[in-house]
Design a protein around this ligand. Structure first.
Ligand SMILES: Nc1ncnc2c1ncn2[C@@H]1O[C@H](COP(=O)(O)OP(=O)(O)O)[C@@H](O)[C@H]1O
Ligand SMILES: [Mg+2]
Length: 295
């Protein structure tokens, strides 16, 4: 029997689910790429990460494909991955990588190791006064406030100085505050995709005019590029400074131009990054090879 690979998903992404999100086409594209890449060599099953353990444990390897709802249930998700690993399933990326990567505090750690970074404040549950202080601290007129544990720009705020929405505002979550980087609305966000530590492909992601969120859910668009040698070298350096023995099966390094004109790391996505198979037609084959090498 060919090996079985679980592509872990959730009700927001599984085909036929009544609560499937409109951007779940990303799920279909990523599963399709993986299936093509493994054709005749392994079977790919799309499974909810909350499916019974016995069912999941029949797979030799589980990819954290489109587990988009894990951010609402991080503890339950991690327990599930640990249980799977204990049952002998190769979890990719493994629970220790997920634990490290789920809290964006890892960005401060990478900055200390020399990663090009965006100036960031890390308030626990910020309120109005913290945002006023952040404008002064950064010397800027617009800031972005994100959850430390979050994805897909969910629960994100952005404020300008004197914003009436700030009156009485409180975040309700551990947060990170950054200056708003206008480059995101001009050139966009650069993603570099790595499979088993090797560069695979890169693309620019742009928001629709008037928005600054590049996610497809908000109308963002993408186009493939050959990255500048400097940008590629910086992304490779980030991969090399990850605090794990082996490079992760997949990683997406997201960069955006900072106020100083240099590209800076906005995220090193190691949990369930969309890997943009349309912009990297070799993705499925590379991912497939790297998976088979791990079995
Ligand atoms: N400092 C920033 N300046 C401008 N836009 C930002 C900034 N931080 C985040 N964004 C926008 O919000 C999106 C989501 O933020 P990100 O840090 O990538 O977190 P996540 O993708 O996990 O929600 C980014 O892709 C970008 O479009
Ligand atoms: Mg992001």
């Amino acid at each position: 029997m060919p090996p079985r690979i679980a592509f872990l998903a959730c009700p927001a992404t599984l085909p036929g689910s009544p609560t499937r999100r409109p951007d779940a086409f990303e799920h279909d594209l990523q599963v399709g790429a993986l299936r093509d890449g493994l054709a005749g060599r392994a079977e790919v099953l799309e499974l909810d990460w909350r499916a019974p353990l016995e069912k999941l444990a029949k797979c030799q390897l589980a990819v954290l494909g489109t587990v988009w709802d894990y951010t609402d249930h991080p503890a339950e998700f991690l327990t599930r991955l640990e249980d799977l690993a204990a049952a002998g399933v190769h979890v990719c990326n493994p629970p220790e990588v997920v634990r490290w990567n789920a809290d964006k505090g890892y960005l401060a750690e990478l900055a200390k190791r020399g990663a090009p970074s965006i100036p960031t404040l890390w308030p626990d549950d910020p309120a109005e006064a913290d945002i006023h202080a952040a404008f002064d601290h950064f010397g800027c007129d617009r800031v972005v406030v994100k959850r430390r544990v979050g994805a897909g720009a969910v629960g994100q705020f952005n404020f300008v100085r004197g914003d009436p929405a700030l009156a009485g505002w409180r975040m309700g979550h551990a947060a990170m505050v950054q200056p708003f980087l206008p480059a995101i609305q001009q050139e966009g966000e650069l993603s570099l995709i790595f499979i088993a530590g090797m560069f695979s492909h890169a693309l620019w992601k742009r928001a629709v005019p008037g928005d600054y969120r590049i996610q497809s859910l908000y109308g963002g668009t993408e186009h493939a590029v050959t990255p500048d040698a400097d940008d590629l070298a910086q992304a490779e350096a980030v991969i090399a400074m990850l605090p794990f023995e082996a490079p992760p099966l997949y990683a997406r390094i997201d960069m955006v131009r900072g106020l100083d004109g240099r590209m800076a790391l906005i995220e090193a996505e190691l949990i369930e990054p969309y890997l943009y198979p349309r912009q990297g037609p070799q993705l499925g084959e590379r991912l497939g090879e790297a998976i088979l090498a791990r079995l």
